[in-house]
Design a protein around this ligand. Sequence first.
Ligand code: NDP
Length: 237
Amino acid sequence: MTDFHGKTALVLGGSRGIGASIVRRLAADGAKVTFTYAGSREAAEQVAAETGSTAVRTDSADRDAVIARVRDSGPLDILVINSGIAIFGDALEQDADAIDRLFQINVQTPYHAAVEAARQMPDGGRIIVIGSVNGDRMPIPGMASYAVSKSALQGLARGLARDFGPRGITINVVQPGPIDTDANPQDGPMKDLMHSFMAIKRHGRPEEVAGMVAWLAGPEAGFVTGAMHTIDGAFGA
Ligand code: NDP
């Protein structure tokens, strides 16, 4: 447990899965949390009621809406950029607009959200982006756009760490391997293939990722920035 009393946090994409666990963890540790969602209003309302946090509908595909949301939530002590999507399939067959939407949600909006947050963030603020071990390793076909997007977040953190470092603001990427969520259920058809790459042959739990996020958001991690933090059962090792 980290003491986040008196801290204000915004989580982009907090209605389900890893994002909902991050909301639960930050709120349980005392932070005043606001989170966004796009399609899952009921789930969002449930997480908000359960945790005492605030749910707001803001589509991460809409850059300007997210920038406005970050600006209007500020000054933030903690920004967690979790919303992200994957598109599977033959790269030669995929719709260009759908791929561009993925890049908007997974890369462009995170970049602008991080920059906007840093404008008002107090010294010592924390920005944490949820990337993926697929930013380092993509062992299967059909997910190149996702791999591109998660690799791009590495450059985002390395570069913005230089811009924000003088103010003690850190920016880090958490890179999960397979985590049991709606997007990647533990009992899904890819289970055996994914576990064959791993040393710990199970899906991770969203709470395990939230624990790493909480550490990065806390006072012990003030010297950690521009870095990738992989939590993947050695999927990428
Ligand atoms: P889920 O699909 O289970 O949940 C995604 C969350 O992000 C939901 O709360 C969803 O909200 C929100 N979201 C998605 N699109 C948007 C959008 N356009 N605007 C606002 N919110 C949005 O995904 P996971 O929890 O599995 O994944 C979360 C993050 O972790 C992603 O960035 C993903 O790439 C990454 N990740 C996941 C792994 C896994 O194995 N699960 C592995 C590695 C990385 P709503 O439903 O309301 O739209």
